[in-house]
Design a protein around this ligand. Sequence first.
Ligand SMILES: CC(=O)N[C@H]1[C@@H](OP(=O)(O)OP(=O)(O)OC[C@H]2O[C@@H](n3ccc(=O)[nH]c3=O)[C@H](O)[C@@H]2O)O[C@H](CO)[C@@H](O)[C@@H]1O
Ligand SMILES: C=C(OP(=O)(O)O)C(=O)O
Length: 431
Amino acid sequence: MDVFKVSGNGPLRGQIKVGGAKNAALPILAATLLTDETVVLRNVPDLSDMRFMLEILRHVGAETVQPEPGVWEITSKKITHVAPYDLVRKMRASVCLLGPLVARMRKAEVSIPGGCVIGPRPIDLHIKGLKKLNCQVEIANGYVHVDASEIQGGPIFLGGRSGSTVTGTANIVMAATLAPGTTRLECAACEPEVVDLCNMLVKMGAKITGIGSPELVITGVEKLHGCEHSVIADRIEAGTFVIAGAITRGDVTVKGIAPKLLGAFLDKLEEAGLPMELGEDYIRVLPYEGSLKTVDVVTLPHPGYPTDLQAQLGALMTQTEGLSIITERIYPNRFMHVPELQRMGADISIEGPSAIIKGASKLSGAPVMASDLRASAALILAAFAAEGDTWIQRIYHLDRGYERFEQKLSAIGAKIERLKDTDMPKELLED
Ligand SMILES: CC(=O)N[C@H]1[C@@H](OP(=O)(O)OP(=O)(O)OC[C@H]2O[C@@H](n3ccc(=O)[nH]c3=O)[C@H](O)[C@@H]2O)O[C@H](CO)[C@@H](O)[C@@H]1O
Ligand SMILES: C=C(OP(=O)(O)O)C(=O)O
């Protein structure tokens, strides 16, 4: 199994380019099933999650051609309506197949994805939305069975306990594109990745208004057609690189990202006193003396502070003098990285949905275990600030969402190497 060896680092310096967004590319790949014509997608990141999604698309009948890196041509002439457990279980976002299958096939059988280490991941709102579209939905044998023969647009309020749902919105919008009548979707997710999906659907001939707002109006059309679309940049990858610059007191220009996609995140870093220069499509982090200021953060649906950048900010706050409080409102258990940061010397306590971080801690390298995608990133960031070597195991979590992570970072001076667990000192290996 692959592991990272990360050594305490001096300032990172240089330019680093952001790739296509995982969370936009996943529903967009699923959306290619909405038409029997060819869809050409550009800026598709090379991630294990993409490989799983492409495997599922091929399973349901799509032909996938990759003429060059980052580009996929997908044609789904004849498809089936079944997405089986052995494929769906590999990736939660395969739930995004529900919407396109319902729309195109008027029926779907999709295995219910499990929860994951960041907490329960229910799909009750996806189901509620489909029922509101006049679909018959049944859960049996671990599958969602949908009969959409009478599908009909209508008013839907898609809010849950913690607000909107990202993949739930994606599913209901996709289902409604080919449903007769008008669907008025309230409490729709406003994340840039949902906007990107909607823009792509419009290119395919869908009628959607209110894109980017919490109220989407979708007027069903009879048929969608092929299109070309370039996936938006990954704001979470960009934010992770910004923190890599900040935690090493480096001079790092994160290229290919519009700062407006990261409003709440950049606002917090500005409050912390991080010197930055913002351009139309870049964020430059500048070196600073002394300590940054602590910040308190609450994760919220967009345009609030993103949960997917919570763990990384926590790593930065371990190096900031004073107390900061990070409250997780989307996934209250998303603190699996904290015990590992504690093993590196961080002073963090968890109280309910909040992490209370006391800095600045002197971190030292240790063998640590990545528990999820962003937890892996947080451990690597902390390892840059630590003295000595940190060995990070289970980095397959990181490979789900960061493309060529170690190559990109080592090009700007990071001491990060991908090795095999057999390269680790024997006494550090997990059982
Ligand atoms: C592939 C993808 O795009 N993943 C992102 C997406 O996940 P995902 O779409 O799974 O997350 P949701 O927006 O659906 O979840 C938000 C909250 O709503 C709850 N909920 C969700 C659906 C539902 O039917 N019932 C319900 O109660 C969830 O438990 C969670 O508390 O948005 C999350 C929140 O920004 C991000 O962390 C993930 O990176
Ligand atoms: C939680 C995440 O992704 P997923 O919803 O695919 O698990 C993430 O990208 O941080």
